[in-house]
Design a protein around this ligand. Sequence first.
Ligand SMILES: Cc1cc2nc3c(=O)[nH]c(=O)nc-3n(C[C@H](O)[C@H](O)[C@H](O)COP(=O)(O)O)c2cc1C
Length: 319
Amino acid sequence: MIILAPLHGFTDFIFRNVYARHFTGIDMAVSPFISLTHSSKVNPRKAKDVLPANNLSIPVIPQILGNQPDLFIQMCQFLDGWGYEEINWNLGCPVKSIANKKRGSGLLPHPELLRSILEQIVPEIKQKLSIKLRLGYYDKDEINRIIPVLNDFPLKNITIHPRIGIQMYEGEIIHQGLNDIINSINHEVIYNGDIVDLKSYNEAKLKYPSIKSWMIGRGIYYNPWLAEEIKCGLETDKTNQRIKLLDFFCDLYQELLKHKGETQTINKIKDLWQLFCFIFGNHQKVINQISHAVSLAEIEEITIRVIETVSGTKQNAVR
Ligand SMILES: Cc1cc2nc3c(=O)[nH]c(=O)nc-3n(C[C@H](O)[C@H](O)[C@H](O)COP(=O)(O)O)c2cc1C
């Protein structure tokens, strides 16, 4: 199973729907986090990304970020009304301002607080709970005190991104001891991190033979064919794919325009190209061109031009 990772600001319902119209291989997605805020009632606009009507293509699991059991339960009740049977809890967010409040990966140095939150929410929510986490916030060994807590609750699965919070998204993935960690978890484990091509997927599969489900984020932007390549075990010849790629980008731009004004659409496209640029050789040049564009027409013109350079991501992708 291939799961699209939550990338806040990237993998929203607009991207997910357009992506599914042009590419195959993604079985489901975890939504970018919905942050809990103090309020007596859930504001449906906060959960717009998982509105069922917006999610008819790829099945989505709503993700919640926060550590207040009452607000967590309230959000789950709201999402139950929309028919969601699984909720994912974000224990991986590394952003300092969030982690400092013991949210996201900032909760990982506090196993007893984690236990207390789970004791309060698990009996009260109708959904199955899954968790996405890192190995720790300050230290990779924090996970050793977290696992006994996780094993005491009936969780659906645990997604592990084997970095620690202070690494953010860079630096080496921590492979050392990961098989032991996976084997000591009583729940299904999903692997996530730096799967960017067929080679890195095959290497991860060899390293972690017990893993059946893989979560991929940035790799889908670096190579939009990646999920389908993994499913069929073959790389796609990109030289014949220019029209498909162009259709995909045009569809994405039009869909963004439908939901946002032109200025917001242009800014959003510029953000997306921070990851899309890796599809193309000389990605720094591409990103410079896109970031200086002042109109959608100009962005479309640059897009057409750079797609002409596609001759196989293997040679061109620069990470
Ligand atoms: C821009 C960005 C936004 C992210 N937003 C979220 C998020 O909302 N929830 C979450 O659990 N992880 C989030 N992540 C982490 C990713 O889901 C994933 O764990 C990480 O990128 C590693 O996987 P990858 O190498 O396949 O991208 C984000 C990562 C990035 C780069």
